[in-house]
Write a protein that binds this ligand. Structure first.
Ligand SMILES: C[S@@+](CC[C@H](N)C(=O)[O-])C[C@H]1O[C@@H](n2cnc3c(N)ncnc32)[C@H](O)[C@@H]1O
Length: 278
């Protein structure tokens, strides 16, 4: 681990987490579908089953990832240099800090995930610029207060200045709606005015039957998941100022020039949006 990376394991008397390779895990299924190597046979089997049911799943996940790139670049270009990324996933270059620090080398990022395999790879793969700083928290997102008050976070992010909160492709795993809305609000309440929310999550609006089967497959394999309608996703942004084009399928969120029309709506199962807290 480099000096510019703070490292935490919570709670204080933390036992090294075990990677359970006998059952699929969402981070490793996602890693496999994105072409990564940090996955095991049950992850690959689950992923193959899902891809057989809906081959566009790979397109959808890639589009989600490039949505993250565009949204983070957009925010860095607005001068946002602090990011809190909840549900980071197994490091996949370019990671969020590479995008942010590519624009603002002094950008600071706190990553949070509760999967032991993400923890295992974070130290080696999440390397900051010398001017910037990164911290990684192994924690469950369902405790916003504890996460935001953790010393490693407060040593890394200045909470008197705007922070971009990113919760990308994670809330489908928080199946209780009221809990999901409450969590996003709790995080935002802990951040100052001028902070931002970048969020994406699963929908079946665009291709109901095959995506519905993928969501059912996640649930059947011990990873309960939930899809949401556009109105349900918009509710995460209640009280915030959504920037154009609002909540849209992720490939349609400010697509890179010349890429419009490359991907069909029916190939994408994620809604995303970016909004500012006034
Ligand atoms: C589909 S991946 C998304 C990764 C990344 N945000 C992206 O969009 O490329 C979902 C991630 O959320 C993490 N996750 C799921 N539930 C979580 C929880 N309760 N607390 C923290 N992380 C969680 C998983 O471990 C996984 O790494």
């Amino acid at each position: 681990m480099s000096d510019d990376m703070a490292w935490t394991r919570r709670p204080a008397q933390y036992e090294a987490p075990q990677i359970d390779t006998g059952v699929p895990h969402s981070a490793r299924v996602y890693d496999f579908i994105l072409g990564g190597k940090d996955n095991y046979a049950p992850d690959r089997e689950a992923a193959e089953q899902m891809l057989a049911g809906w081959p566009s799943l790979r397109v959808s996940m890639r589009e989600n990832r490039t949505f993250m790139h565009r949204a983070v670049r957009f925010l860095a270009e607005q001068g946002i240099d602090q990011f809190l990324d909840i549900g980071t996933g197994i490091p996949t270059s370019p990671n969020l800090h590479e995008i942010a620090q590519g624009v603002l080398p002094s950008a600071r990022v706190v990553y949070v995930d509760n999967d032991p395999i993400v923890l295992a790879h974070a130290g080696a793969r999440l390397n900051s610029t010398p001017e910037g700083r990164i911290a990684y928290l192994h924690a469950d997102l369902r405790d916003p207060e504890a996460i935001v008050r953790t010393p490693e976070l407060t040593d890394t992010l200045d909470l008197s200045r705007p922070v971009a909160l990113s919760i990308i492709a994670v809330l489908q795993f928080i199946t209780d709606d009221q809990q999901a809305y409450r969590l996003v609000k709790q995080y935002l309440d802990l951040l100052p005015a001028g902070s931002w929310l970048v969020l994406s999550t699963v929908t079946v609006d665009s291709s109901p039957e095959p995506i519905g089967e993928v969501v059912a497959e996640y649930t059947k394999r011990g990873m309960p998941a939930r899809n949401r309608t556009k109105a349900e996703v918009e509710q995460f942004f209640a009280g915030l100022d959504l920037v154009e084009p609002g909540v849209v399928l992720v490939h349609s969120w400010r697509p890179a020039p010349g890429t419009e029309g490359d991907v069909l709506d029916s190939e994408v199962a994620m809604y995303g949006g970016v909004a500012r807290k006034a």
